[in-house]
Design a protein around this ligand. Structure first.
Ligand code: G6P
Ligand code: MG
Length: 219
């Protein structure tokens, strides 16, 4: 049996959520807009453009297109300064183990991320070769919670959506996986990701038995 395992990047494979948080908070504060963990949670899985729009909405601010573009560039520049110092130690626990296990079991492995920096990050930590297909923020027109990114990943793997399993840490991403008719596995807090088919705190809570069960499941 052959299934497709689609991984989100930020917050699932690497601990970059903290860098997105720092860069967005700096930007929000520079506009006199409050930005805490609570706001940050709502930006997980959300595209860069949509994230800035939301921050401006929260602060009741309107700015020119020119300023909008400048702020997006500023946020990304700060974010990339963190990214370019990353190494493999910032891989989340046991992710590599499961990527290798799935490969051993000859399953399809894809990345499905909203980030336009996905390939850069995968190269930076030398795991880009682990993925048979990569679909990221440069490849899609509709952002999560739209299922486009995961449907494209399934197509690239040549596996039907019903036979795909998605690992996601964001509310928007779990919704996207559900809308794609895939099995959704939330990585994070049960309180936040209650709409996922399964939720685990992190990959250390998974087991090979669980993976085998997913692989052998009939629709
Ligand atoms: C991921 C993150 C979001 C981020 C988005 C776009 O989904 O969870 O916080 O805004 O990617 O990332 P980018 O690297 O293109 O700014
Ligand atoms: Mg994520």
């Amino acid at each position: 049996s052959n299934k497709g395992f689609i991984f989100d990047l930020d917050g699932v494979i690497v601990d970059t959520a903290k860098y997105h948080f720092l860069a967005w908070r700096n930007l929000a504060n520079s506009l006199d807009i409050d930005f805490s963990e609570k706001e940050n949670e709502q930006l997980k899985g959300v595209s860069r453009v949509r994230s800035l729009e939301k921050i401006l909405e929260w602060g009741n601010k309107t700015i020119s297109d020119h300023e909008f573009t400048a702020l997006m560039a500023q946020k990304n520049e700060e974010y990339l300064a963190y990214i370019d110092k990353m190494d493999r130690s910032e891989l989340l626990p046991d992710v590599l183990h499961y990527l290798d296990l799935l490969k051993e079991k000859e399953q399809g492995i894809a990345l499905g991320s909203a980030s336009k920096n996905a390939r850069r990050i995968l190269k930076q930590i030398h795991i880009i070769d682990k993925f048979e297909a990569i679909v990221d923020g440069n490849d899609v027109s509709a952002a999560k919670p739209d299922p486009e990114v995961f449907l494209n990943a399934a197509e690239a793997l040549n596996i039907t959506p019903e036979n795909c399993i998605v690992f996601e840490d964001s509310v928007a991403g779990v919704t996207a996986a559900n809308r794609a008719n895939m099995i959704s596995i939330g990585i994070g807090d049960k309180e936040v990701l209650g709409h996922a088919d399964y939720v685990f705190k992190d990959f250390t809570e998974l087991s090979e038995e669980f993976i085998d069960e997913l692989i052998n499941r009939k629709n």
